[in-house]
Design a protein around this ligand. Structure first.
Ligand SMILES: Nc1ncnc2c1ncn2[C@@H]1O[C@H](COP(=O)(O)OP(=O)(O)OP(=O)(O)O)[C@@H](O)[C@H]1O
Ligand SMILES: [Zn+2]
Length: 470
């Protein structure tokens, strides 16, 4: 089937044709490693992991690279705060990244390069840009990219250079020739980490790392460059400028960008601090709930994060999993295989059609919900063939295309979801008591008690115990 994706550079849906017939090369901008990953960072992780699975399901071999930014002001600040070095911070949070990704059921990329492992290549890249006249060393020994020289600047973010220039302020004491020029190499301040270079002791600017690591691992031109749409400008615009300037060839043939996850109306971001960590969520919800929550919305649309949204998603996901479990129990955990019927083929084709249309995962998620309802009905009606067909459709076809139903249940959530929900009730009850709304407070206590959950108010707060635990 012909796959169409929205290409941010062309600003429209385009037919996807990889450079090699049966292989796709893909680079995704990864996190700056100075904290645990949050739900915002999890969106590109989940979306592009699912997209990679869809490409594989469609018959492509995919080579995927996702970097770790392990040198940057925020990392240096964190290292200073903790009285340690940036590599200690980076190694710690890279390990934590893998832990979260594993729990989330996000596969590792084929390569996870770190910026500091590519400093010699970065220096070579910058030297070539200087030789070609696209970069210059300023008086302060910083090296800048010369935006005036690169005529295609602004194409990716659809901005006009003159407008950007009019809107930018000249920084005080700047050595730049043009306010839009951006840093390729930064002279290190006293006490900061540094590498020796032809321009003195310094470190790479932010954008250059991705140009270098992507082309080193995937070639001068590769198929897809992906990341959050917060990176289109300046990060991806600058990556593209550097790479085209150096090689004279197109850099990425397609640019895919996910929309932002928002929290209280703002982009969820470490720097703003309005974050929900992936590991916090996984204490209370299982990986499939988080994946359903993210994949239920089209990847380019903004998505407001809310606990309520997740709780309601969780209910639906638990229902689907219970239905699948019923089938597994019926067959003593060995659900017999079944030949692909005409009906199954049509449903798989329908899912493929949606995913080939700019990766429309919400439609496929809706199909899974509908199928699960049908499965429940088939179980009640004891329709053997239908049960097996739908089970295999959900569990072995539509689910795996998106990476669903893979993480074993006991690796997250479970007991904790119960605890989480009871704690939520206790908090609402406490709030009611504070507001002297004793009717509501008593109703919550009585309703919980009917379910066998007994609350006890102690000087240290409210405790609970569960009678008749199911
Ligand atoms: N709220 C968000 N929603 C969707 N994607 C996001 C969000 N925040 C970051 N990303 C994406 O996550 C990846 C890692 O980004 P990064 O480490 O820069 O995160 P960040 O929280 O924005 O960091 P910072 O606060 O330091 O700017 C990038 O692809 C980025 O586009
Ligand atoms: Zn990048």
């Amino acid at each position: 089937m012909n796959i169409k994706i929205f290409d941010s550079l062309k600003g429209q849906l385009v037919d996807f044709k990889p450079i090699q017939k049966d292989k796709v090369t893909m680079y995704v901008c990864g996190p700056t490693i100075y904290n645990y990953v949050h739900v915002g960072n999890a969106r590109p992780m989940i979306v592009f992991d699912a997209f990679r699975r869809f490409l594989e399901y469609s018959g492509y071999k995919v080579v995927m690279v996702q970097n770790f930014t392990d040198i940057d002001d925020k990392l240096i600040n964190k290292a200073n705060e903790d009285g340690t070095t940036i590599d200690v911070i980076a190694n710690r949070f890279i390990n934590e990244y893998y832990r979260d990704a594993l729990k989330l059921g996000v596969r590792s990329a084929n390569f996870h390069p770190k910026t500091t492992d590519y400093v010699p290549q970065i220096i070579e890249f910058i030297k070539t840009l200087i030789e070609k006249g696209y970069a210059y060393e300023a008086k302060n020994h910083d090296v800048y990219f010369n935006v005036r020289k690169f005529k295609k600047y602004g194409e990716l973010s659809h901005r006009k250079v003159d407008d950007m220039r009019a809107g930018s302020r000249i920084e005080v004491n700047s050595d730049k020739k043009d306010p839009l020029d951006f840093t390729l190499w930064k002279t290190s301040k006293k006490g900061e980490p540094f590498w020796d270079s032809p321009w003195g002791k310094g470190r790479p600017g932010w954008h250059i790392e991705c140009s270098v690591m992507s082309t080193e691992l995937l070639g001068d031109t590769f198929d897809i460059h992906a990341g959050g749409n917060d990176l289109i400008f300046p990060h991806h615009e600058n990556e593209r400028a550097q790479s085209l300037a150096k090689t004279g060839k197109e850099f990425a043939n397609y640019w895919m960008h996910n929309g932002m996850i928002k929290s209280s109306g703002d982009k969820m971001s470490k720097s703003i601090g309005n974050i929900w960590l992936v590991r916090e969520l996984l204490e209370n919800f299982d990986a499939d709930t988080v994946k359903f929550f993210i994949l239920s919305k089209h990847y380019r649309a903004p998505l407001e994060f809310s606990e309520e949204g997740l709780i309601s998603q969780n209910k639906s996901v638990v229902r689907i999993k219970e239905t699948l479990k019923k089938v597994e129990e019926k067959y003593d955990n060995y659900v017999p295989n079944i030949n692909c019927s005409k009906n199954m083929k049509e449903i798989i084709e329908e899912a493929n059609k949606y995913l080939s249309d700019d990766f429309n995962t919400p439609r496929v998620i809706a199909m899974i919900f509908d199928l699960s309802k049908e499965l429940n009905k088939a179980i009640n009606d004891n329709e053997e063939k239908k049960i097996l067909e739908i089970y295999h459709l959900i569990k072995n076809n539509l689910g795996p295309i998106l990476g669903l139903f893979e993480v074993p249940e006991n690796s997250s959530g479970g007991e904790n979801i119960v605890d989480f929900l009871i704690q939520e009730h206790i908090q609402i009850r406490n709030q009611a008591r504070e507001n002297k709304d004793f009717d509501t407070a008593d109703k919550i206590r009585d309703d919980l008690s009917k379910k066998g959950i007994i609350l006890k108010d102690t000087p240290d707060g409210t405790e609970y115990s569960i009678k008749n635990k199911q």
